[in-house]
Design a protein around this ligand. Structure first.
Ligand code: NAD
Length: 485
């Protein structure tokens, strides 16, 4: 009996599916039921070798095409993804457990946005002309070479596209290693790119655990590593890439603040805080999990939040009415429950949820703590689950200091109707991505990424072009060389 989502083979290299059953088995489990939906194999050294040599040799001719020719492939892939959105969204839901209501809107579609945007930009990746009297310098923006993409498990399609689209637009090739928790979606991206006309070897998918990622990062044929993962993994991968002087983009974890002033529109602020904590069952890197509410409106804010939280539809992710699915895995569920227990033990007030939901799958109730203080574990560590911590504050200066009191700096938000205050506060927030009267918007046109321990580099926008290309400078002399020798 074949599994529900069984791919043709585990890896996709040089334009086709490839298998090596000597690799360690990776079971793909649907988080809503615990059912095994596919079984694949982690890459063996032979698989890694054929992927690296395919990516290396394919990059040479791909990098020599005009940007417009490369862009055309990406834009075609974007169109195919949009046409197949429902089928891809169902696979994303099997891979992650996220409700179909979400995956239909934000996963394949945001991957398609990236392919469309970078497809459009590809022809505009140019250098400059620098006049120097009768001489001049020109610069070329050239590819880096072979890029490794390593994904987290929360947005498998989106991460594969956010990394591959700018990489391919700039003339690089990529080997993408999905998270071992969600290996299925990137294979579809690879298939679709080939269908759109990408030459074999330009985008390859190699499955595996951290050891496969580490082997790819260390290989001397690799020129760039783009990781989405935890801050701890980021430090290891950054160090390994530095040993080979490789370019990096690090999209890591966060513990982001969301500041709600007493002049904010409460209904809007509650909506923002819900998006910032409950979307994708809280498994979003940029979530605003430290919600600072000004003293005057704290009670009103919490009352309204709880009323709305009680109506969140938890359940079968394949039912399009469902708004809130399970955690990615049993392990992640237990980690989050562990944080909740610690919050209770350290004296925070649990005002909503707090329990695992009995039955199949790894569901947790939407959870809210109030009276959280800055020294508690739940205030300091990234939980990566549906757990919101509410802090009370009095003054603007106080809340800015407290908001910045973390080693991480991925995102931050402010809700206020005072326009000067909104800009003043985001100017002071130590965060790469900020929101005013909103939370967690990530359009492809806007740079996305963190400061401090949350990473280096930016994804999306024109900024990503700089992270997937490098400058070559050419000095052109019209006269004779002026040599004193
Ligand atoms: P993780 O760090 O455990 O794993 C991420 C990826 O790195 C996986 O594919 C894993 O196999 C690989 N990996 C682990 N160790 C490695 C090593 N030494 N060398 C090479 N590869 C290695 O993260 P996760 O649990 O999959 O995802 C959750 C984390 O990702 C959270 O911290 C979250 O905040 C972060 N995240 C960040 C962003 C962002 O854009 N900033 C987006 C999504 C998730």
């Amino acid at each position: 009996m074949p599994y529900k989502c069984q791919p043709i083979a585990s890896h996709f290299i040089n334009g086709e599916y490839v298998e090596d059953t000597d690799g360690k088995i990776i079971e793909c489990i649907y988080p809503a039921t615990g059912e095994i939906v596919a079984k694949i194999y982690s890459a063996t050294p032979e698989i890694i070798e054929i992927a690296l040599s395919a990516a290396k040799s394919a990059q040479k001719s791909w990098g020599k095409l005009s940007g417009t020719e490369r862009g055309r492939v990406l834009r075609r892939a974007s169109d195919i993804i949009r046409k197949r959105n429902r089928e891809l969204s169902i696979l994303e839901t099997y891979d992650t457990g996220k409700p179909l209501q979400e995956t239909l809107c934000v996963d394949a579609t945001s991957g398609a946005d990236a392919l469309e945007y970078f497809g459009g930009l590809a022809g505009a990746v140019t250098g400059e002309h620098i006049p120097l009297g009768e001489d001049w310098v020109y610069t070329k923006r050239i590819p880096l070479g072979v890029c490794i993409g390593i994904g987290a498990w929360n947005y498998p399609t989106q991460i594969a596209c956010w990394k591959s689209a700018p990489a391919l637009a700039c003339g690089n090739s990529m080997i993408f290693k999905p998270s071992e928790m969600t290996p299925l979606c990137a294979l579809k991206v690879a298939e679709i790119l080939v269908e759109a006309g990408a030459p074999p070897g330009i985008f390859n998918v190699v499955q595996g655990y951290s050891d496969v990622g580490a082997t790819l990062v260390a290989d001397t044929r690799v020129n760039k590593v783009s990781l989405t993962g935890s801050a701890e993994t980021g430090k290891k991968v950054y160090a390994a890439a530095a040993a080979g002087m490789k370019h990096v983009t690090m999209e890591l974890g966060g513990k982001s603040p969301l500041i709600i002033f007493d002049d904010a529109d409460i209904e809007n602020a509650v909506g923002g805080a819900m998006l910032a904590n409950m979307y994708s069952t809280g498994q979003v890197c940029s979530n605003g999990t430290r919600v600072f509410v000004q003293k005057g409106i704290k009670d009103a804010f919490l009352k309204r939040f709880l009323e709305r939280a009680a109506k969140i539809k938890v359940g079968d992710p394949m039912n399009e009415e469902t708004q809130f699915g399970p955690m990615i895995s049993e392990r992640q569920r237990d980690i989050v429950i562990g944080f909740i227990e610690q919050g209770k033990a350290e004296g925070a007030t649990l005002i909503c949820g707090g329990n695992a939901i009995k039955g199949d799958g790894w569901f947790i109730e939407p959870t809210v703590f109030s009276n959280v203080t800055d020294d508690m574990t739940i205030a300091k560590e990234e939980i990566f689950g549906p757990v919101m911590s509410v802090f009370e504050f009095e003054t603007e200066d106080e809340v800015i200091t407290r908001a910045n009191n973390t080693d991480l700096g991925l995102a931050g938000g402010v809700f206020t109707n005072n326009i000067q205050r909104a800009h003043r506060v985001v100017d002071e927030l130590e965060a790469g991505t900020c929101f005013i009267n909103s939370y967690n918007d990530a359009p492809v046109e806007a740079p996305f990424g963190g400061v401090k321990g949350s990473g280096v580099g930016r994804e999306n926008s024109k900024a990503a072009i700089e992270h997937f290309s490098q400058l070559k400078t050419v000095y052109v002399r019209m006269g004779k060389v002026d040599s004193p020798y």
